[in-house]
Ligand binder design. Structure first.
Ligand SMILES: Nc1ncnc2c1ncn2[C@@H]1O[C@H](COP(=O)(O)OP(=O)(O)OP(=O)(O)O)[C@@H](O)[C@H]1O
Ligand SMILES: [Mg+2]
Length: 410
C-alpha cells in the first residue's frame, strides 16, 4: 500500500503481458511508494548516519603521497622541531588521518603553493548527456587535488544532488533551500560564502544542491524579462568571485541539460571538462553537446556583443573505458578524430571498484583498504591520480602566468 492508502499501481509486467493502464493521478502513488522505499534503502546505505569517514594512511602510503622515501618519513617524523603531525601509534605501524596527511603533503610534498594574489580556478564538469560520470569526475578530481595539498570548493548545481550525496549530504532531508545557490539566484545574497559548508573530507568544502534548484530555471529567465540590465549568465560567477582567494580550485558539477544554471557554470568556468565514455551512443550525443554549446555561444554574443569569454582549457576525458569491449577502440578513434588535441592523454577505466564504492556513496579515493584485487584498485586509482595531476599542472602554470602579470603590474 502507498502512503495514500490506495493499492500501489503495478509497474511490473503481468504474466500474460496485458498492459496495465495508469492514470495521471496514479503517478503520485508511484512517486510516494518510490520515495518511501528510497528512504529506507538510503538509511541502510548510510547507516550508521552520518557514515562518511575519510580514509586513513599508513606510513608507506604517506610516503607515496608526499613523493618521498619511507625512510625520509621516519627521518622527518623524528625531527619534532618540524612540527609535522605525529600520527597515531598502532601495534605494528603508524596511522595518519587525512588532515594529518595533508599537512605533511603541504610541508614536505613537491607541490608549490598558489602564489600570493593568484586566484583559484573555476572548473566546470559538463555534458548534456546523463550518466557519463560528470559527478564522479568532479568528486574524484577534488579528492585527487586535495591529496596534492590543494583546497577545493565543490559546487553542486544539479537538482539531483548526487555530488552532495557523495559528500554524505542527503539533499531532501539535510539541505534547506537557503543552503544552496538559490538565495544568490534570487538576489538575496551577492556572495556565495553563506552557502559554503565543510565536508567529511579535509580540504574539500561544498555548496550543496537540492531539488528546489529547479526553480532557478524559472526565476532567471523571468528576472531577465523584467530587467534588461540583469545578466542571468553571470550570477554564479559574481557569487564565486569573493571566494577565489581562499581556494585553489572550485569544481562545479552541472546537471545533464543545457539549463540556466549550466549556462552560469560554463560562463563562470576558467576550465571545462567534458567526460565521454567511449560507446557509440555517448559519442553521438557528445557531438550534439558541441552544437548546442555553439548555438548558446552565438546567442550569447548576439545579446551581449562585447562578451569577453574565454576558457583557459577545455578537455575531453574518456571515462568508463572498457577495454574488453570490441567497440571501445573504434569509438575511441572516432572521439580522438572528432576532438583532436582536446582529448586528454589519460583515460579512466570502467571499474567495479567505482561501482562498488558508489553503492556506499563513495569513490575510489574513499577506500582505505580494497577487498577485491589490488591490481584492479591500483589501475583505477592511478588513472584518477594522473588525471588530477594533469589538471594540477595546468593550475600551477596558470598561477605562474598570473603571478608574473601581478609582478609586472606592481
Ligand atoms: N570509472 C567508472 N567505472 C564504472 N562505473 C563508473 C565509473 N565512474 C562512474 N561510474 C558510475 O557511472 C554512473 C554514472 O556516474 P555519475 O553519476 O558520475 O554520472 P553523471 O554524468 O554525473 O550522471 P548525471 O547525468 O545523472 O548527473 C554511476 O553509477 C557511477 O558510479
Ligand atoms: Mg551527475
Amino acid at each position: 500500500m502507498g502512503t495514500t492508502g490506495k493499492p500501489i499501481v503495478s509497474i511490473t509486467p503481468t504474466v500474460n503481458h496485458t498492459p496495465t493502464s495508469i492514470e495521471l493521478d496514479d503517478i503520485e502513488i508511484i512517486s510516494d511508494h518510490a520515495n518511501e522505499t528510497l528512504l529506507t534503502v538510503r538509511e541502510q546505505m548510510l547507516l550508521p548516519h552520518p557514515m562518511k569517514h575519510p580514509p586513513v594512511f599508513t606510513t608507506p602510503q604517506l610516503a607515496a603521497l608526499c613523493r618521498i622515501e619511507r625512510k625520509k618519513v621516519n627521518y622527518y617524523w623524528e625531527r619534532e622541531e618540524l612540527g609535522l603531525p605525529q600520527g597515531k601509534s598502532m601495534p605494528r605501524s603508524r596511522e595518519f588521518t587525512l588532515a594529518e596527511a595533508r599537512e605533511w603533503i603541504k610541508k614536505v610534498g613537491p607541490y608549490s603553493a598558489k602564489p600570493e594574489g593568484a586566484k583559484g580556478k573555476k572548473i566546470a564538469v559538463g555534458n548534456f548527456k546523463g550518466g557519463v560520470t560528470k559527478t564522479t569526475t568532479a568528486m574524484t578530481l577534488a579528492q585527487g587535488l586535495s591529496l596534492f595539498g590543494r583546497k577545493v570548493l565543490l559546487v553542486d548545481l544539479d537538482p539531483q544532488a548526487s555530488l552532495s550525496a557523495l559528500n554524505g549530504v542527503i539533499a531532501d532531508s539535510e539541505v534547506k533551500e537557503e543552503q544552496t545557490i538559490l538565495p544568490l539566484i534570487y538576489g538575496e545574497q551577492s556572495d556565495l560564502a553563506y552557502a559554503v559548508q565543510p565536508t567529511y573530507w579535509d580540504g574539500i568544502d561544498l555548496i550543496p544542491a537540492s531539488a528546489a534548484l529547479f526553480s532557478a530555471e524559472f526565476y532567471l529567465p523571468f528576472k531577465q524579462s523584467q530587467n534588461s540590465d540583469f545578466r542571468f549568465w553571470d550570477v554564479l560567477n559574481a557569487g564565486l568571485e569573493p571566494l577565489l582567494d581562499q581556494y585553489d580550485a572550485i569544481i562545479i558539477d552541472t546537471p545533464p541539460a543545457l539549463s540556466y544554471v549550466t549556462i552560469n557554470a560554463f560562463m563562470a568556468a576558467d576550465g571545462l571538462i567534458v567526460p565521454i565514455p567511449p560507446n557509440a551512443l555517448d559519442y553521438a550525443s557528445s557531438t550534439q553537446f558541441w552544437s548546442l554549446f555553439t548555438d548558446l555561444a552565438k546567442s550569447m554574443k548576439n545579446v551581449v556583443p562585447d562578451l569577453n569569454k574565454r576558457f583557459d582549457f577545455i578537455h575531453v576525458l574518456l571515462t568508463k573505458v572498457d577495454a574488453s569491449q570490441i567497440s571501445t577502440n573504434k569509438v575511441r578513434e572516432w572521439i580522438t578524430r572528432s576532438y583532436d588535441s582536446l582529448v586528454l592523454p589519460i583515460e579512466i577505466p570502467a571499474t567495479t571498484v567505482t561501482t562498488t564504492a558508489s553503492m556506499e556513496f563513495g569513490t575510489v579515493y574513499d577506500i582505505s583498504k580494497y577487498e577485491g584485487s589490488n591490481k584492479t584498485y591500483q589501475r583505477a586509482r592511478e588513472a584518477y591520480d594522473r588525471f588530477a595531476e594533469m589538471i594540477d599542472q595546468q593550475l600551477t602554470s596558470l598561477w605562474a602566468t598570473e603571478a608574473q602579470a601581478l609582478e609586472v603590474a606592481a
